[in-house]
Design a protein around this ligand. Structure first.
Ligand code: UDP
Length: 462
């Protein structure tokens, strides 16, 4: 979901703002949430073509990292992608791939198409990934001696915040991930779901020959913040969470969610419940059962019984000010609701952008992938979030959770007020960046890509 959502938003913008015909190829999935997302797309000049699901069970080990599985799956989808593109009546002249799809670039070369990558997260992640793939010795030093990885022109990456793939140095996922960095560097251009005011310094490094230009040769286009628009409140399907929020005071509720797949160990779930309860704040909490190996609760019981893995009495003690939602909630609508004043999040990049574009400050609780980088950007550089102290993967205690929730939610205190002001500035700068009327920086960057696509199209047709 975290990749599909921004890819669809990018496609919609190319169609509606820049008059480009777009076909999105999606490797088939049965997930209900994905299917409903795909249905919500425009039709004119915009089509979605499912590619057949691929069985990679003979090519990966069940214990392989999810990134390895995705990359292998994409590699095995190359033949069906090639056939699907070749079968198009009006052959496309550019291929834009999500970062898991860089292995398909040779198809673009074969078919005379321009090739772009779309980094659905930050410029900092992009700079780190491409630089890291060209400086393996430095990555090794970073990992082995637990010292910062210095990416020229960028905020250094602390070992504690490093990418999952670097922590797994020596495993297959590390080599697979390094290959993505190498392939990314061969793109004709790289689009990033960020904007100038969000990551000006890193974007500057990506443009600067002395800093990173020798490794990231392709032009980098910040085109964000691309987020799924929340349907106007009240016109949407009735929903229990939104109805509950309607009865709460403005900015009084903290929304707690760990993305489309994040789970917490049983002991951590209990501490989080206690922390929320002790904070005295209103909350909406999307809960999932702890991982199976962690206790006796199976995945299927998730939608039935949060009481089975939350502390005894928690639900009844908090029922007048808290709502516990099993498994999934309409997040875009929730974050756009005036009653929501904070977001405790795993800081996946979509969740982050949905929060910032609604002016909601965050408690950031990174779980996997590049999320620790996101947390450092949000809490330290932009100061729109608070995060737990480093504790070597241990359980974050209830007192710390209580304190973080209060720091974000109690805006009367100086820190909460300042955080809210900064988040509002970011929200406004994001709107300006995307504005067609103001010819904002992200609108203009995508217009530049659209011009290149158009020129290539004319060249190919001629
Ligand atoms: N999401 C949602 N309801 C949920 C959990 C997640 O609508 O209960 C959506 C969320 O709004 C976001 C996406 O799923 O758009 C999650 O993407 P993100 O990049 O934040 O994290 P990921 O799931 O990829 O880790």
């Amino acid at each position: 979901m975290g990749h599909l959502i921004p890819v669809l938003e990018l496609g919609k913008r190319l169609v509606t703002h820049h008059d480009i015909a777009v076909t999105i190829f999606v490797v088939a999935t049965d997930a209900a949430t994905t299917k409903s997302l795909l249905k919500s797309c425009p039709t004119a000049n915009f089509s979605i073509v499912p590619l057949p699901a691929v069985d990679v069970s003979h090519h990966v080990d069940p214990s392989d990292h999810i990134v390895t599985k995705l990359l292998v799956m994409m590699r095995h989808s190359i033949p069906s992608l090639r056939s699907a593109i070749s079968a198009m009546a009006d052959p496309p002249t550019a291929l834009i791939v999500d970062i898991f799809g860089t292995s398909t670039f040779p198809v673009a070369d074969e078919l005379g198409m321009l090739k772009y990558a779309f980094d659905t997260t930050t410029a900092w992640f992009l700079a780190t990934t491409v630089y890291g793939s060209s400086a393996e010795d430095e990555v090794a030093r970073h990992v082995n001696s637990r010292t910062p990885l210095v990416v020229p022109g960028c905020k250094p990456v602390r070992f504690e915040d490093t990418l999952d793939a670097y922590e797994a140095m020596g495993d297959r996922v590390f080599d697979e991930f390094q290959r993505v960095g190498v392939e990314l560097a061969t793109a004709d251009g790289i689009l990033v779901n960020t904007w100038e005011e969000m990551e000006g310094k890193t974007l500057e490094a990506l443009r600067n020959r002395k800093a990173l230009k020798d490794v990231v040769r392709a032009p980098v286009y910040p085109v964000g913040p691309l987020v799924r628009p929340s349907p106007p409140l009240k016109t949407n399907e009735p929903n229990d969470v939104v109805e509950w929020l309607d009865g709460q005071p403005d900015r009084s509720v903290i929304y707690v969610s760990f993305g489309s797949g994040g789970t917490l160990p049983r002991a951590q779930l209990a501490e989080l419940a206690w922390g929320l309860e002790l904070s005295g704040q209103r909350f909406v909490w999307v809960v999932r059962p702890p991982p199976v190996e962690d206790g006796d609760v199976s995945e299927e019981s998730g939608s039935q019984g949060p009481h089975r893995y939350l502390p005894e009495g928690f639900l009844s003690r908090t029922h007048d000010r808290g709502l516990v939602v099993p498994m999934w909630a309409p997040q875009a609508e929730i974050l756009a609701h005036p009653a929501v004043g904070g977001f405790l999040s795993h800081c996946g990049w979509n969740s982050t952008l949905e929060s910032l574009t609604n002016g909601v400050p965050m408690v950031v609780w990174p779980l996997y992938a590049e999320q620790k980088l996101n947390a450092a950007l949000l809490a330290e550089e932009l100061q729109v979030a608070v995060r737990p102290g480093y504790n070597n993967g241990g359980v974050v205690k209830r007192e710390e959770i209580e304190e973080m929730v209060r720091r974000v939610m109690v805006a009367k205190e100086e820190e909460g007020k300042a955080m809210r002001e900064r988040v509002m500035e970011l929200k406004e700068s994001g709107e300006r960046a995307l504005s067609r009327k103001l010819k904002g920086s992200s609108y203009s960057a995508l217009a530049q890509v659209a011009r290149e696509l158009e020129l290539n199209h004319q060249r190919v047709v001629a």
